[in-house]
Design a protein around this ligand. Structure first.
Ligand code: GDD
Ligand code: MN
Length: 366
């Protein structure tokens, strides 16, 4: 990594605010971003750190604009851009000289004018978060219902996986936040993909405060969000929380085996198939519940509602879930959309995630 410093000559020793801006081909936005940031929080002790992996003129433009700003501008050009957006953020935080650091996108979807509010919110906490989903926040810039839905669903799944760590955070996927750098050990982060805040919040319990903000539309350049980023994110989540999810899956798999055994046994004894299937399903739900209590959610039991409440919620959800799942699978097969094996597999996979989310967020609600 090479660090080309601009405005270094008038650099003041003391920096008390560093704004880290990761950029990938933001030539259309970087000048306006830096000017507006400088207007919002600029000054001799402010540093704007552009971590650039671009193939366009972003870095040149940043250095050009730097001369007319009050803030110090540092352009880090990464010759080996590892870790994507998250890696860029960690590199920026590593290079930052201020203790107070702001991280934000370089495409103007994060309004620079929101930074002072974010810094005010940082008083007395480890991390302050600009949230699209907190009071006063809005996700206008998430184009289309699909991205809205995906954003909502991934937020839910993340919160389900880390109910305690993310309790006070409505938007763990946001790329707009401020932190006290002394509160974060950069060496323990394993950045990849887009979602560095999630990892920072999940590695350790942090005190957080949120402010709502409007995620604007992107007007220049292109988004780098992609299916690939989505897969990275899925991997990151399972990796961070491998224990709970895999335990839940293992118990689900065990339940399926027991289910088949009970059905076979009852049918062998002469019970009608439908009766055997229902008895086996209900018995499995009870067994799964008991195992989950003991192995998967043990750490949440103390803070959740009483056992009877937990059981009733779990039992009711599983019954409704099976009814819906089987109806949908049946419909898909009847209409020739999928073969019965694939329909069963797909609906089971979706149900597995839904079941996990429901248990973590509702049954064992902290
Ligand atoms: N240095 C660097 N390297 N910067 C990158 C890279 C990379 O590999 N990939 C993307 N960026 C920069 C972009 O230039 C932009 O400034 C910022 O990261 C966000 O990238 P976008 O392509 O605009 O992503 P988005 O708008 O879809 O994603 C936003 O929303 C997510 C939540 O929905 C970002 O705010 C994400 O941080 C946020 O997680
Ligand atoms: Mn964007």
């Amino acid at each position: 990594m090479t660090a080309a410093e601009t405005a270094a000559d008038r650099a003041v020793d003391r920096v008390d605010l560093s704004v880290v801006v990761p950029t990938y081909n933001e030539a259309a936005n970087i000048a306006e971003l830096l000017v507006r940031l400088d207007r919002a929080v600029g000054g001799a002790t402010t540093e704007l750190v552009v971590v650039d992996d671009s193939t366009d003129a972003t870095a040149d433009i940043a250095e050009e604009v730097a001369g007319s700003l009050r803030s110090q501008v540092v352009v880090l050009h990464r010759s080996q851009p590892v870790g994507g957006l998250s890696g860029a953020v960690v590199a920026g935080l590593g290079a930052a000289r201020g203790d107070r650091c702001v991280v934000m996108d370089g495409d103007l979807q994060h309004p620079p004018e929101a930074v002072p509010g974010l810094l005010a919110a940082l008083e007395g906490v480890d991390v302050s978060i600009a949230s699209r989903y907190a009071a006063g926040g809005e996700a206008a810039g998430l184009s289309g219902w699909l991205r809205h839905g995906v954003s909502r669903a991934t937020t839910l799944v993340s919160k389900a996986m880390f109910p305690n760590r993310l309790r006070e955070c409505t938007d763990p996927m946001t790329g707009f936040f401020a932190l006290d750098r002394r509160a974060v050990d950069l060496a323990e982060l394993r950045p990849r993909g887009f979602k560095i805040l999630l990892e920072i919040l999940v590695r350790r319990q942090r005190s957080v405060r949120e402010v709502g903000f409007t995620f604007g539309e992107r007007t220049g350049g292109n988004s780098k969000a992609s299916l690939r980023q989505g897969l990275w994110f899925a991997w990151q989540l399972t990796d961070l929380r491998f224990g709970r999810m895999s335990g839940f899956a293992a118990i689900g798999a065990l339940g399926a085996v027991v289910n088949v055994a009970i059905v076979s046994l009852l049918v062998w004894w002469g019970a009608p198939f439908l009766v055997a299937a229902v008895v086996a399903a209900e018995a499995t739900m009870v067994g799964n519940f008991l195992l989950q209590e003991r192995w998967v959610f043990a750490d949440l039991v103390a803070h959740a509602d009483g056992t009877r409440h937990r059981f009733l919620r779990s039992f009711a959800f599983n019954n409704v879930e099976s009814a819906i799942r089987i109806s949908i699978a049946w419909w898909l097969v009847e209409h020739g959309v999928l073969t019965s094996a694939i329909a069963t597999a797909v609906t089971l996979a979706v149900a597995f995630v839904a079941r996990f989310v429901f248990h973590a967020l509702v049954v064992y609600r902290p």
